[in-house]
Design a protein around this ligand. Structure first.
Ligand code: ADP
Ligand code: ASP
Ligand code: MG
Length: 403
């Protein structure tokens, strides 16, 4: 008997017909003598719809109340799926986050699961029942409802697999697995059969939302193998696991992109020690994450320009902090939020020389200007004008033999 965690994303439970399809899939898994814990997301579009409602009341809507509101999306899909299973004569039961409970720590909208009570659910599984659990949420020590970040049902699935000591953790979604790039944007994208945690973590952090990055991180820490597969086809999915088992014949495994960055340039900053520290310290204090940084070489040895990127949502706050900063003198602040970050990721990059040059050459062949660069051992990211996103992904995909 195998204990399985099966997670179904928003599109997989997006309509009643799809919920019935998922229920049939679960019934089949149960008939193979498996113990099944199901994690569900809210029906597709529901979370966004609820966020929109809250913003109609205020753009500073209480974070506590927002969490109460958003968790209702998963409550609906849990009950519908559980009801659909019961309708198929499967013993099933849904639990809300506080009934289990799923304990979290950390702030509203960005909490982390720290534990779950297992007894009641294990008892139910031992009796042949299917447990249906809401993704994306929990309850704090103070008894407040919390959410764990967008796309967080993936993290609930991984945490559940760990805490319940499951044998497998399967992430069912609307594509066949993890692809070399977003298959909905680039149809020649290829499905990847196996990928290491490190590569998957880079891809998800850089914009491949097929897996939420904190879920991959937890899976990596606890060595929980994951499988991403389609709810709608029987095709083999993608296995995400420990690096040792991966073939590194390719230098680049995938291309990711994100459009949630913005670029800020501060011109005419004094060129002397301590300026960068004075500039970035208050941003750090305000929990604004600075990603790429470029400092131009000063031509007159007196002033220079500093360019950096932050999340697009943080741009107003960043500008306000810069303007209030009395420790730096500058000429002006220029912002550009029509930018995109394109990244190539691959564990094989470590042992293949020339990847950087090939990426830059490929972009220059397409007359795409690079605005900023950042690198790590297994990834290379460039910032470009947003209009060039698709052209850049296509070109890099072909350049690195991923088509
Ligand atoms: P779910 O609702 O099942 O959690 P998501 O919408 O969060 O699904 O993630 C699946 C989507 O991720 C796909 O529909 C696809 O458009 C997008 N995606 C982005 N990059 C990739 C990639 N490299 N491989 C597969 N899907 C990707
Ligand atoms: N419903 C949540 C969201 O849309 C969580 C999830 O789908 O994983 O972000
Ligand atoms: Mg998702």
């Amino acid at each position: 008997m195998v204990k399985k965690v099966l997670k179904f994303g928003g599109t997989s439970v997006g309509t009643i017909k799809r919920i019935q399809h998922v229920a049939a899939l679960i019934k089949k898994e149960l008939s193979l003598d498996n113990k099944i814990i199901v994690i569900v997301s809210a029906m597709a579009g529901k979370t966004n719809e609820l966020i929109k409602l809250s913003s109609e009341i205020s753009d500073k809507f209480s974070k506590r109340e927002l969490d109460v509101l958003l968790t209702s999306g998963e409550q609906v899909s849990c009950a519908l799926l559980s009801g659909a299973l019961i309708n198929l004569k499967v013993k099933a039961k849904s639990w809300l986050n506080w009934q289990i409970p799923i304990l979290t720590s950390g702030e509203h909208s960005n909490a982390r699961i720290i534990n779950m009570h297992v007894e009641k659910i294990n008892e139910f599984l031992n009796d042949g029942g299917v447990a249906v659990i809401p993704g994306f949420q929990g309850i704090s020590k103070q008894g407040d409802i919390t959410t764990i970040g967008r796309g967080g049902s993936d993290a609930t699935a991984v945490a559940t697999a760990k805490i319940f000591n499951a044998d497998t953790c399967e992430i069912y979604t609307d594509v066949d697995g993890v692809f070399s790039t977003d298959p909905n944007k680039i149809p020649v994208a290829k499905k990847i059969d196996k990928i290491s945690y490190d590569e998957m973590l880079e891809l998800s952090s850089l914009g491949a939302k097929v897996m939420q990055s904190s879920a991959v991180q937890t899976a990596m820490i606890y060595d929980i193998p994951l499988e991403v597969k389609s709810t709608f086809t029987e095709r083999k999915g993608t296995k995400i696991f420990n690096q040792e088992n991966i073939d590194y014949s390719k230098s680049v495994t995938g291309v990711a992109y994100s459009k949630d960055d913005a670029k800020i340039t501060i011109t005419g900053v004094e060129d002397k020690p301590g300026v960068a520290a004075n500039l970035f310290e208050p941003l750090n204090k305000a929990q604004i994450n600075v990603d790429m940084v470029i400092q131009n070489i000063s031509s007159d040895q007196k002033t220079t320009d500093i360019t950096f990127t932050v999340k697009r949502d943080d741009i107003l706050k960043t500008k306000m902090i810069l303007k209030e900063n009395t420790k730096i003198n500058y000429k002006k602040i220029i912002q550009n939020d029509k930018v995109a970050k394109i990244s190539i990721v691959g564990a094989g990059m470590v042992s293949t020389p020339g990847v950087t040059y090939r990426m830059f050459r490929a972009l220059s062949d397409e007359k795409i200007n690079i605005l900023a660069i950042s690198t790590s051992e297994i990834k290379l990211s460039v910032l470009i004008e947003e209009d060039n996103t698709l052209k850049a992904i296509k070109k890099l995909h072909t350049t690195f033999d991923l088509d």
